[in-house]
Ligand binder design. Structure first.
Ligand code: NPQ
Ligand code: MG
Length: 367
């Protein structure tokens, strides 16, 4: 296909309640959507970058700039392209994986619409529903945290993930275990808030039978995670560190992690995310699908990814009403702790124009 235009759409989606992690407290989701225009139709992509460069070095405004200045013009000058060609065409530009992922996703969506094929089928996904976990931000008090967790368990979420940082770790985990029992699937995510010197502190989490400890150390400290893994019983899962299939292979070989959180946005797109899945599966490493507080556009594509056979742990792809009052697509509703994998052609959802208009901060067409 040939790109005739790419629209960058900035949205602001208010959150139902502030989301707090070690790196940031978020009140509203500043979001960048992409719409690619071809002769045969359109395709949608979503950029996972946060408004501030605190999860990784990318941020929404920077992604919009690199797309406008380098990535979109490169694809528009390339003539006939396919989704497979996007990453090689953009490889000369270093980094900016979330910006690249959004553009590749929109081209892939357009291609799948033209072929009347679902993303799930294109990826080789094997299931039509996925079990859903939920990520719980830090709270002002332990009782408030327990109320929030009780609410999500009542809604049917099959796994609880608690954001932790030094000073909010052992106590909240102990409280959740004591309040909800040993059978609740429970894990924690530090977003890199600890250092190797915290090994003994983190080992105090071992008695609580957690599924995993996610990204305790800096994203570039693979050897630090390998050393920490030798001192903990609880498996280490990496998120921020795993930015490509090659790094996944290195992390596994270095024994820096026993589980991997896969996010298509973080690794540069759904095609690379499939390759990360394949590498982990080849090494017997379980994976699960992370979440960047996406709209229904990213959520739909993540569900197709999470339906791949190697995704054997519940992910963070929660129902639409976990974060938003207004969803820009048809909302994803939790049924018996599961969400349906979209089976329609392409990513399976289309943003609802009225909802997009209501939440749009600005739109710019590059053509
Ligand atoms: C994670 N998300 O696994 C990601 C990253 C993330 C749902 O835990 C504000 C503060 C917004 C921290 C969005 C979840 C965020 C955030 C995504 C962290 O690390
Ligand atoms: Mg994480």
């Amino acid at each position: 296909m040939r790109l005739e235009g790419v629209e960058l759409i900035r949205l602001r989606l208010p959150l139902l309640s502030p989301f707090r992690a070690s790196v940031l407290t978020m009140e509203a989701r500043d979001l960048l959507l992409l719409r690619v225009i071809t002769r045969d139709g359109e395709g949608w992509g979503e950029c996972g970058a946060l408004p501030d460069p605190v999860y990784s070095e990318e941020y929404v405004e920077g992604a919009a700039h690199v797309l406008r200045t380098f990535l979109v013009p490169t694809l528009m000058q390339a003539g006939e392209i396919t989704a497979d060609a996007v990453a090689p065409l953009l490889a000369r530009f270093k980094g900016h994986r979330m910006a690249k992922a959004a553009l590749e996703m929109a081209v892939l969506d357009a291609e799948l619409r033209a072929r009347q094929m679902s993303l799930a089928a294109a990826l080789g996904s094997t299931r039509d529903t996925v079990p859903c976990g939920v990520s719980v931000g830090m709270a002002d008090s332990i009782p408030q945290l327990l109320d929030v967790v009780a609410g999500y368990l009542d809604q049917g979420y099959v796994r609880i993930k608690l954001k932790i940082e030094p000073g909010w770790d052992v106590e909240p985990v102990r409280a959740v275990r004591e309040c909800f029992g040993d059978d609740v699937l429970l894990q924690v995510d530090a977003n890199g808030a600890y250092t190797p010197a915290d090994a003994r502190l983190l080992a105090r989490l071992d008695p609580f039978d957690l599924l995993l400890i996610e990204q305790p150390l800096d994203e570039d400290d693979l050897l630090g995670h390998a050393e920490l893994a030798r001192q903990l019983r609880t498996p280490i899962c990496l998120d921020e560190s795993i930015t490509s299939a090659r790094i996944a292979a290195d992390a596994i070989s270095l024994r820096a992690c026993r589980i991997v959180n896969i996010k298509a946005s973080r690794v540069g797109g759904y095609l690379e995310a499939r390759r990360v899945h394949d590498v982990c599966r080849a090494h017997g490493v379980p994976v699960w699908c992370g979440d960047m507080i996406e709209s229904g556009v990213g959520r739909a594509a993540d569900l197709a990814l999470a339906a791949l056979p190697g995704f054997t742990l519940p992910g963070d792809t929660s129902a639409s009403d976990r974060y938003f009052r207004t969803e820009i697509t048809e909302p994803f509703l939790l049924v018996d702790g599961h969400l349906p994998v979209p089976t329609g052609p392409e990513i399976g959802v289309t943003p609802i124009p009225e909802r997009v208009a209501e939440l749009t901060v600005n739109r710019e067409l590059i053509d």
